[in-house]
Design a protein around this ligand. Sequence first.
Ligand SMILES: *Cc1c(COP(=O)(O)O)cnc(C)c1O
Length: 491
Amino acid sequence: MKYFSTRNSSKKVSSVDAILKGLADDGGLYVPETIPKIDIELLEGKNYKEIALEIFKLYLTDFTDVQLKKMIDSAYSDQFDIENLVDVKKVDKQFVLELFHGPTLAFKDMALSILPYFMVEAKKIKDINEKIVILTATSGDTGKAALEGFKDVPGIEIIVFYPNEGVSDVQKLQMLTTEGTNTHVVAINGNFDDAQRSVKEAFSNRELRKLLEEDGYVFSSANSINIGRLIPQIVYYFYAYFEMVKKGGIIKGDSIKISVPTGNFGNILAAYYAKEMGLPVEKLICASNENNILTDFINTGQYDTNRDFVKTISPSMDILVSSNLERFIHQVSDGNEQLIKDKMNNLKENKKFDIEEKSVEKIKKIMIADFVTEEEILKTIKTCFEKTGYLLDPHTAVAYSVSENVGENILVVSTASPYKFGDSILKGFDTNADELSVEDINLEISKLCKISVPKSLVNISKKEIRHHRICGINEIEKTIEEILKVGDKND
Ligand SMILES: *Cc1c(COP(=O)(O)O)cnc(C)c1O
């Protein structure tokens, strides 16, 4: 399988090149030249890791089956708290796909625990001796998952930028207490969009790249712009389908609807890839919080970022510029690269773009989009808990709420453990969490969800804070130079 940029299909690269580079030189995102089909009969009865192998074989053709199997076994090990890594639970009329059983309690672990293995192996195959610098912008969860994944991996440095005021207390503590000699965490005085844009700019800054190259460094990305993030996320949709069959929710062959709490459009794009590969999916439900730019886009074809950025209780979805939308537009425009370049240029210059009626019609055949307000999120958490005893985190609650009136055979994607956002959840239960410590909040959550406090969170507020850097949005490149000590010839 070869890959090319959404902005230039004539320059094809291998899967290992696409993973190592992260973002294409022209600023576009790598896409597979075709989305491969799979006979889903082949996957029936297989466990999570076996399904992962079948999917990876189709996309990551530079690795041998033996290499793939080894990486899968190493990444998906006992750092997940259940055998099959993810779980599917019946909650009222819906099925909930729990993707938060990994080391950092959010779905980002599904891809970020294996991406470092892909990179190290790719480096070997390509005989690359430079140190790889993973640059990552995070709305909270990618950061910690990437830090854990890349921690102490030889030949790699990882730098994470997060919005200082835009993550939950637990998310912040998780990141700032990260150990490892190659991990760097920086708070930026801006929101996630600022962080993501600045990191992308650093990527494309030739001077900075040159400076780094002189000191033996190359950039890559752990954000979902990296195709190595997207591919592992396809696996759980196939796995979940067979779990729904097993649990009697559907009969094999039935079409399902998948509701995804969406931010950077990566998770829902993986669901779209699964559908294109042959998974029986009737509709994808794109669920947003009050940053409902994707709801407007899918319903009208207009993408307009000239609006207020809202800080919500589902901070991992507080995004106005969704990177992976570019890959989706590539699909619905039949790979029209000039069109994509024009749209992305419009986005850069005018902060908006729109797509043709015919593409909107196409999108509407595949997707439904809606959003929920802050109040509705809290109400959904409480109502669902009272009715079923199941505790949703605020992100999952967004997808759950939007899916309530769209019929049957619904899979709601649960992206985070309630423990990550305990303070917000308690608000819905009329508990004033402002006066409680993180440990007290965790205790309250454990009473509600009846799952004991995850090991990684026990006494987290007493762990040493190891990262102290703060920088302005325009200081990201300077900060990178400082951290890596490049360009400093007296050093
Ligand atoms: C990242 C994240 C999302 C959004 O996923 P995208 O792939 O960016 O659309 C939703 N919920 C949680 C908890 C997340 O960490």
